[in-house]
Ligand binder design. Structure first.
Ligand code: NIG
Ligand code: FE
Length: 391
């Protein structure tokens, strides 16, 4: 997935050498330098090796489920209406508050494992279903515990500004001060938060409110990201770009000014086709305009109980192609090199390059375009995490 090479940066008949969890050499098989003769060899004849996949936007830690809302939506009730009636994110909030840390670890593990089984080596996990300091902290601690239980890197995002809980009804600003920011300081001190996220939407928070949060994130030296332009355009993308946001996510209602701002700030557009599909949205994110403006695009599952109960990165890639018209190469870049950029880790992850971490996915396919092609079929042969065989 290195740029300025063949499509996909593909090297036919390749070999790579791994030492101490890092890629030490990569090139053609017939050009392997002789010092590597004494290395242990793994024969991957006929396979395709890609960077370990990265799911850069998930909400896999949560309590309960929202299957009843699935039924309601199929009968015609829309997502925003369910949210206004106290369902949606708030329904998951109740279940998440009620669950212990151990229970959340146990309920989240199968979702994490489903991602790993498809070659994912790094997962971003958000808070945002506690909406009280102690429960937001609990979610972030669960994410850190998951990282210790599986060979995977987990990156956490503080998404306390996800919805206003009932006890702060009509007091969004007070919620931001007393929960979002007070909790952020604690989470930061505890070392359990890697980035700050928010939800900028008429059913959530205004750009002015998110600005307040981003100012504090900046003072803590934490990178920012934003769920924005999902159901309406409040100018969230421009605002996030002003803060040098790593990413803006969803973007169905992104406009020209937003695209211009992103292209200037280098912010990645994260496409979440699982939510677009689940909510049967009629307006797709402006992929061609993003491409024309050279805005990098990532693809993620958005795995969550409501808007995107999708825990398959390969399906997300397929949907990104079929529903949003990415090319299979863009879809793979979106779950490797661009996803690494979203997490601020592009120097160490996301391509098969000398000096980067040896996170690899080995697939029983002939060409990388096949990854986005099939639906519900998993060709993963082997996952390598930091040079170690990881299933
Ligand atoms: O990314 N857009 C807001 N937040 C989540 C939805 C969370 C939920 O419905 O539980 C999202 O789609
Ligand atoms: Fe999300």
């Amino acid at each position: 997935m290195e740029r300025d090479k063949n499509p996909y940066g593909l090297i036919p008949d390749a070999a790579l050498a791994v030492t101490d969890g890092m890629i030490e050499w990569i090139g053609k098989q017939d050009a392997v330098p002789s010092p590597y003769d004494r290395y242990e060899r793994v024969d991957l004849t006929g396979m395709t090796v890609t960077p370990g996949l990265i799911d850069c936007h998930t909400h896999i830690v949560f309590g309960g489920d929202r299957v009843h809302e699935f039924e309601l939506r199929l009968q015609g009730t829309d997502y925003q209406h369910i949210a206004k009636e106290g369902g949606g994110i708030l329904s998951t909030m109740h279940a998440t508050r009620a669950a212990s840390e151990d229970e959340l670890v146990q309920s989240s593990l199968p979702r994490l494992d489903a991602l790993l089984a498809e070659g994912v080596c790094m997962v971003e996990v958000k808070s945002g279903y506690g909406l009280r300091v102690q429960d937001e902290l609990k979610m972030m601690r669960v994410a850190r515990r998951l990282a210790a239980m599986r060979p995977v890197r987990i990156v956490t995002s503080w998404l306390a500004a996800h919805a206003v809980p009932p006890e702060y009804d009509r007091r969004g600003d007070a919620f931001i001060e007393e929960v979002v920011l007070a909790g952020l300081h604690q989470a930061h001190a505890e070392g359990i938060v890697d980035a700050v996220d928010g939800f900028c939407d008429p059913i959530a928070f205004s750009p002015a409110q998110v600005t307040r949060i981003f100012e504090v994130a900046k003072s803590l030296d934490l990178p920012v990201r934003l769920h924005t332009e999902q159901f309406a355009n409040l100018g969230g993308a421009q605002m996030a770009a002003r803060y040098g946001a790593l990413s803006v996510d969803h973007l169905e209602y992104l406009d020209r000014e937003g695209i211009r701002a992103l292209s200037e700030s280098g912010t990645v557009a994260v496409l979440l086709p699982g939510a677009y599909y689940t909510l049967r949205q009629s307006q797709a994110p402006p992929v061609q305009a993003l491409r024309d403006a050279n805005v990098p695009m990532a693809v993620a599952t958005d795995g969550n109980p409501g808007s995107s109960p999708l825990f398959s990165i390969l399906t997300a890639m397929n949907m990104a192609c079929t529903l949003l018209r990415l090319t299979p190469e863009e879809a793979l870049a979106g779950t490797t090199v661009e996803a690494a950029r979203v997490l601020g880790l592009q120097d160490h992850y996301g391509t098969l390059s000398v000096g980067k971490r040896a996170d690899l996915a080995v697939w029983d396919i002939r060409h990388p375009a096949e990854l986005a092609y099939r639906i519900g079929f998993n060709p993963l042969k082997m996952r390598v995490n930091g040079g170690a065989h990881a299933g």
